[in-house]
Design a protein around this ligand. Structure first.
Ligand code: ADP
Ligand code: MG
Length: 690
């Protein structure tokens, strides 16, 4: 086959393969195998060695063995539940081949009397005789090669045998022998200098399933790069969208920062410049502002909002929860007090009369700045002239949701996302490559690092009196119980138990919040905590990052070894947002493992979310690191961010070179298809109005 034909072949439906009828097709679909390339991504889980052909005097009971024998006699009992038997021999001995549930005709066909055959299966011993029950392979001697070898084991499903699967794989491997290389020589040398087909073949035929074999690495690299290629194309397409550039000067900005009771950090100033540059450009902004909890992203977004409003556009800001949205709204009111900017607040709970009024004033341009929950993006909301959408803390946004978002708001609407989810440096492009990234690294100077302490659970009395003292000094306390995802109930009961316990010690001063509460109830409890009606808030991890509780300066985290490092870091970020010193107390059951001790040590030693994310990834595997579940990068078929860190780095550099010329993308088109990512690029291509 020529190149294009092979490429086309790999992306065709499996039904064109010999041996795939409706039944097999259905079974393959169960394993999510629909295209021919899907077959190849299902790598062997292990290998069975059937390569040592034995004579019948050298059999070992229990061992998988391949034999070459002559069929001498059938024994078909014709009584229900008794198996069919075939007696075979070689010059050294005899063996029974036993079949449960196989028809006579079939047995006669695969084991013709007086013929030599190759049989492979596990050796049993029954009533003084060797036997193989339901042999995995029975083939004529000419086909010895198929059986007498190391045979890969696949994760399959009932009805889909190894034999069937191997035949399919074989068919495909035979077709794809001459595929042109898409990487240039320089890259190829860096990643082990093996071709794609060679790697696929080696992984399916030989015993190399190790992450670090050059064959595995080659395929991993392809996957990493294909991911970056897609994100890069998405970004370039969105950014090609022309818009009317925003026009504003520094006046508004100066006015706002003059009223702040702090100075902006140089990182804050830097990212404001980056955003301003985008706003003033004639292309759409699609930018993510990344910064650890408490790094001061909100004020940056408000200054951007002010600039956009100054240039005669409206701004919308969306936060994931009602309470966070309300906090942004209150802060905006305060910050824009000295301006004539009109701000409104909208959530699902806004009264319908009020809503209608807001809709009207958005449409006629009377409202400059709308802040709220996802309600701000409802269909019936029409802005007169929307110029900027700010999205705060939407960890659940993957590339598809971001594309959707980019389409909202219309052609002149710039997009700014903000996130405190710490992503290890090497992975930033793989997760956010569809956007431009601004980062705030340094935290405000007056921010004291949170002091992190650890204590065994039994010392509860000591812990209580520590909390008491803090409360007497005017502080409030978060008391966090672990969230166990599989069992909402378990989680619920542990928080509730603690609530009961603490309520006795601090009557009428404790609140409880967990995932099974209604949203209203949740907000009510949070509100009474915010208003200082209660001193202690017992919670699961339901409280999102981002909410400011200026008086909460102590967070106590139970069973702290149940949490990931990044999550602990975000949890402790709930405190120390005011001027007081924040303290985080990690509780643990005694007899900590070495690993747990190491984790606590890392947390105590650093307040840098990005560093912690990297350590977290090393310790737990990246699938568990907070926020990655939704990022899409978890769905890699081959690549692994921990084992292939260097490949991510090579790909990050490579994509920058490729981006220099649009024509370069052409040679990787097939690679994108191979990894099923073509549809994402197409989504962008098809829609004209991004
Ligand atoms: P996050 O990046 O987590 O969203 P916020 O924007 O909520 O952080 O800021 C956290 C706190 O830090 C707020 O109370 C905010 O007023 C304050 N803050 C922001 N920038 C500075 C600064 N440059 N100096 C001192 N405090 C700041
Ligand atoms: Mg925030």
């Amino acid at each position: 086959m020529n190149q294009l034909k092979i490429q086309d072949y790999l992306t065709r439906n499996i039904s064109i393969l010999k041996g795939v009828g409706t039944k097999i097709k259905k079974l393959l679909k169960k394993k999510k195998i629909e295209k021919i390339s899907d077959l190849l991504w299902n790598f062997p889980q292990g290998y069975t060695d059937r390569s040592n052909l034995q004579t019948l005097d050298k059999l070992e009971i229990g061992k998988i063995t391949t034999i070459r024998v002559k069929v001498i006699k059938y024994n078909f009992p014709r009584i229900r539940n008794l198996p069919n038997k075939v007696i075979c021999e070689d010059e050294k001995g005899k063996i029974d081949i036993v079949f449960f549930n196989s028809r006579e005709g079939y047995i006669r066909k695969i084991l013709p009397i007086n013929n030599d055959v190759i049989i492979s299966g596990k050796i049993n011993y029954f009533k003084n005789k060797y036997q193989i029950t339901n042999p995995a392979y029975v083939v004529p001697v000419e086909k010895e090669k198929i059986v007498n070898r190391v045979i890969p084991k696949y994760s399959l499903t009932e009805g889909l045998t190894e034999k069937i699967y191997l035949k399919l794989i074989e068919q495909v491997l035979n077709k794809i022998t001459n595929l042109n290389e898409w990487h240039n020589n320089e890259t190829l040398m860096k990643i082990g200098n093996v071709s794609w087909n060679q790697s696929i073949e080696q992984l399916h035929k030989k015993k190399i399933s190790d992450f670090n074999s050059k064959y595995y690495r080659r395929l991993a690299y392809d996957e990493i790069l294909s991911n970056l290629l897609v994100l890069s194309q998405v970004r370039r397409r969105i950014k090609k969208q022309k818009k009317i550039s925003k026009k504003f000067n520094h006046d508004q900005y100066i006015k706002i920062i003059k009223n702040l009771d702090f100075l902006l950090t140089s990182d804050q100033k830097k990212v404001i410049d980056e955003i301003n540059h985008d706003l003033k450009s004639q292309y759409k902004m699609f930018r993510i502002l990344q910064g650890d909890v408490g790094s001061g992203k909100t004020i940056v977004s408000f200054i951007s909002a002010a600039n956009v409003i100054k240039s005669d556009y409206q701004v919308v800001m969306m936060a994931p929860t009602e309470i966070l949205a309300k906090q942004h709204y209150d802060l905006a009111k305060k910050i824009f007090k000295s301006t004539d900017i009109i701000i409104e607040f909208l959530t699902g709970k806004t009264k319908s009369k009020e809503k209608k009024d807001i809709y009207k004033r958005l449409l006629n341009g009377k409202i400059n700045f709308l802040i709220g929950t996802h309600a701000v993006f409802q269909k019936n909301i029409i802005f007169k002239k929307l110029g900027l959408a700010i999205i705060d803390e939407q960890h659940k946004f993957g590339v598809r949701q971001r594309i959707e978002l980019a389409k909202k708001g219309g052609k002149d609407c710039d997009i700014l996302l903000m996130s405190a989810t710490p992503i290890p440096r090497t992975l930033i492009m793989s997760v956010y490559g569809d956007m431009d990234v601004s980062r705030i690294i340094e935290k405000p100077l007056d921010r004291k690092d949170i002091i992190t302490l650890s204590k065994p659970e039994e010392k509860i009395e000591e812990i209580i009196s520590f909390a008491k003292k803090k409360i007497l000094d005017g502080n409030q306390v978060f008391w966090v119980c672990p969230l166990i995802e599989v069992s909402e109930n378990l989680d619920y009961s542990s928080a509730e138990k603690k609530y009961d316990f603490l309520s006795k010690k601090f009557p009428n001063k404790v609140g409880l919040i967990h995932g099974s509460l209604e949203k209203n109830e949740k907000d009510k409890v949070l509100d009474s905590f915010l208003k200082r009606k209660i001193d202690i808030l017992v919670s699961t991890t339901v409280i999102e990052v981002g909410i400011d509780f200026p008086n909460a300066n102590l967070v106590i985290i139970e069973n702290s070894n149940k949490f990931g490092l990044s999550q602990l870091h975000q949890l402790r970020g709930r405190v120390g947002r005011g001027l007081e010193q924040g303290v985080c107390l990690l509780l643990f059951k005694k007899n900590l493992s070495e690993n747990a001790k190491k984790r606590i040590k890392i947390l105590k030693s650093s307040n840098d979310g990005f560093f912690i994310a990297e350590e977290d990834m090393k310790l737990r595997g990246f699938g568990d690191v907070l926020g990655f579940q939704q990022s899409g990068i978890k769905n890699f078929k081959v690549a692994d961010p921990i084992h292939h860190q260097d490949l991510f780095e090579i790909a990050n550099r490579n994509i920058k070179d490729i981006e220099k010329d649009e024509k370069n993308f052409k040679r990787y088109e097939f690679l994108i298809k191979l990894f099923d990512k073509a549809d994402i690029v197409n989504e962008i291509k098809l829609k004209k109005t991004i």
